[in-house]
Write a protein that binds this ligand. Sequence first.
Ligand SMILES: [Zn+2]
Length: 283
Amino acid sequence: MESAPFEYTRLEGGKKHYSTSLGGVMGVKDVSKETWLFVSPHDDDACIGAGLWIQAALAAKVKVCLLVVTDGRMGYCQPMPRQEVVETRRVETYESCEKLGLDGSCVKYIDYPDGGLFSLQGRLAAEERPEIDDIRGFVGLQNAMTYHLRTMRPARVFVPTPTDLHPDHQVTYRELMISLFHASGAVWPELGAAIERVPRVYEMAVYCDFSGPPNLQLLANQEAFERKLESIAAFRSQEQIAKLVENVRGGGPYEYLREVAFHLYTPGDYRPLFGTTGQRSEM
Ligand SMILES: [Zn+2]
């Protein structure tokens, strides 16, 4: 008997739940009604961290979107004009996505300067950074991310773990987290209608370990694994890419995700610390 192309395991409460259904492992009946957004600080991060999850989602008829945050201008290995670097990487990105089965129309760019995201945190009036393309009169990652979240309206969002060393990865993670709350609130109505609920968030590992143990495993068949490797190899202008492909090959057809739990303040969570006695009358 031929094995399923994708097999999933979810860790929950010390137990392992095995499934061959993506909806099953994500705890939803019909995953094909969902949009999933992969946020990639650089064009190659999503296929390295989640090239198998992207294929699995597409196979399950999920609407998959890719949002690339930077323009890739710092990713050159030979001296060349900035615009040539950006254009070369753009062509490679679409080729990489095609290997995963992701249509180019599902790829959007924030297009901020590679290596310079720290200076574009928050939200600024467009005239403060005239060299940056604005959205509705503002620039900054929180403005752009809130706009794209309200436009794409994903049920689930995937982003490289904040433990990665690259500052662009750390900034992307932080700005995305607050933007999820902006997008589902009433602020900045010119960026679109608020999304109904805060999407579920998953960390993907690209270069460094997760910030805590992952709770989802995907095991893919050899065909899907080869496609992931080809999608990474498409970034051939990156001269170190062959070595990276070999490293990923050595890891085998497995990918992991860590679901992020939001810890929002509730006073009741702290009450047990102080006991049930010690009321006002005893003071
Ligand atoms: Zn990156």
